[in-house]
Design a binder for this molecule. Structure first.
Ligand code: NDP
Ligand code: 2IT
Length: 446
């Protein structure tokens, strides 16, 4: 390891003990940025990287609520306000039993660079709870969301901090939280994004992360005069991002053969077409069931406790969660001919997996570039809310496509290597950094 990175990381680890995902995210960025900062000493003397790695503010709170049996439950609530140099804090809320401070800090850290890449004026934040929506009734989810928002409402606002969805937080949860915020403040404002279309939401926001991830894959393929048409794709996850990545990839002529959840994956060699995807949406969004039910319904193979990276594919779209592709799985993907990875999830590849992808010179789009479409359309939702207008579907989709192209261009600008290989990891880290760093320089040591 570069001794400068080693020194920097020793300090991060000492100050943030035990937060492994946070260390992983910061290290990857430091490896790209430290050589760049050496060449641009203005960032070094102002300690921009050291400052960026320290949240501006962390809010932690108790979330008490009563379940359907009348029993009191207590969860942890968090909001990490990471960086507001280029705009108000912006980023999702995650409700999942694995949520802890280190995971949310890694997500908030990534969000700063991602939001900068979108070209929109949004800072970075993330929050959530260790609450598990699985197996809860709608009434219990509502009770939890109301209690969570009762505390969070003191800290957020349409010009301060604008949360949205992430794992375990979709339209239902955003609705309950928006209702509670409105009731507490007596204000109808764009304080959350991902709202319903009848009450301030933007068209295309539900689709945006998955569509954007596919647009990014398409842009990467174009650099090799290739396209998604006729490609076989492995997708992981079966939630919001996975569903709309599948929809767009299929529309562009590719064949998606896998989907997964935390219990296993399904393999449909015939491809998950529009009708089958409608069944997935019914199973996951309405019945809130398991992906195994797809295998039962369509008579395809279900691999219990396994992840999709063992199947043959040209393109992989990891859309479930962090560290879901390890070293062996990365090697296996390459061995099976996979040459495009576009990350719909945040940090789905381990550091060892990323190393293998870069060493093999495949098209590798890291999450902070490839999944930025979601927060980008959240930014467009904020604009529509401020204007008190709503744009047509086509208009939002056009803007999303342009933003994904612009992000791709930025990656090329900062990630071009001597041998002509585009290192999108380096490109997105430096490209995301410069705007935030210049804003921090201009605003002084605050
Ligand atoms: P959803 O809650 O809609 O879906 C999550 C999916 O991932 C489910 O299929 C879930 O399976 C699976 N999953 C979650 N945790 C694990 C785990 N520990 N191991 C295996 N599978 C798991 O979330 P989203 O689709 O919104 O989010 C997916 C990823 O995309 C996350 O990394 C998120 O941070 C990222 N992302 C989301 C954006 C958005 O706009 N929603 C924007 C940018 C990135 P199960 O049902 O069994 O839990
Ligand atoms: O990780 C992410 O970019 C998101 N979960 C979306 C954040 C947002 O504010 O739309």
């Amino acid at each position: 390891m570069d001794p400068r990175v080693e020194r920097f990381m020793a300090n991060i680890i000492a100050k943030n003990p035990g937060e492994l995902e946070f260390h992983q995210a910061v290290k990857e960025v430091a490896e790209s940025l430290i050589p760049f900062i050496e060449e641009n000493p203005k960032y070094k003397y102002a300690k921009i990287l050291e400052r960026i790695a320290e949240p501006e503010r962390i809010i932690m709170f108790r979330v008490p609520w009563t379940d359907d049996k009348g029993e009191i439950q207590i969860n942890k609530g968090y909001r990490i306000e990471m960086n507001s140099a280029i705009g108000p804090y912006k980023g999702g809320l995650r409700f999942h039993p694995t949520v802890n401070l280190g995971i949310l800090k890694f997500l908030a850290f990534e969000q700063v660079f991602k939001n900068s890449l979108t070209t929109l004026p949004i800072g970075g934040g993330k929050g959530g709870s260790d609450f598990d929506p699985k197996g809860k009734t709608d009434n219990e989810v509502m009770k939890f969301c109301q209690s969570f928002m009762t505390e969070l409402s003191r800290h957020i606002g349409p010009d301060t901090d604008i949360p949205a969805g992430d794992i375990g937080v979709g339209g239902r949860e955003i609705g309950f939280m928006f209702g509670q915020y409105k009731r507490l403040r007596n204000e109808f404002t764009g304080v959350l994004t991902g709202k319903g279309r009848e009450w301030g939401g933007s068209l295309i926001r539900p689709e945006a992360t998955g569509y954007g991830c596919v647009y990014f894959a398409q842009a990467m393929l174009q650099t090799r005069d290739d396209s998604l048409k006729g490609k076989t794709i492995a997708v992981s996850g079966s939630g919001n991002v996975a569903q709309f990545a599948t929809e767009k990839a299929t529309e562009l002529g590719a064949k998606v053969v896998t989907l997964s959840d935390s219990t296993g994956f399904i393999y449909d060699p015939g491809g998950i077409d529009r009708e089958k995807l409608a069944s997935v949406m019914e199973i996951k969004n309405i019945k809130r069931g398991r992906i195994r039910e797809y295998a039962d319904k369509f008579g395809v193979e279900y691999y219990d406790g396994k992840r999709p990276w063992i199947v043959k594919c040209d393109v992989a779209l990891p859309c479930a969660t962090e560290n879901e592709i390890n070293k062996e799985e990365a090697e296996n993907l390459i061995k099976n001919g996979c040459f495009v990875i576009s990350e719909g999830a945040n940090m789905p590849s381990t550091a060892e997996a990323v190393e293998i992808f870069l060493k093999n010179r495949i098209l590798f789009g890291p999450g902070k570039a490839a999944n930025a479409g979601g927060v980008a359309v959240s930014g467009l939702e904020m604009t529509q809310n401020s204007m008190r207008m709503s744009w047509h579907r086509e208009e939002v989709d056009q803007k999303l496509q342009q933003i994904m192209k612009d992000i791709h261009e930025t990656c090329i600008r900062f990630g071009d290597e001597k041998d002509g290989y585009i290192n999108y990891v380096k490109g997105s880290n430096i490209g995301g950094f410069v705007k935030v760093a210049d804003a921090m320089l201009a605003q002084g040591a605050v």
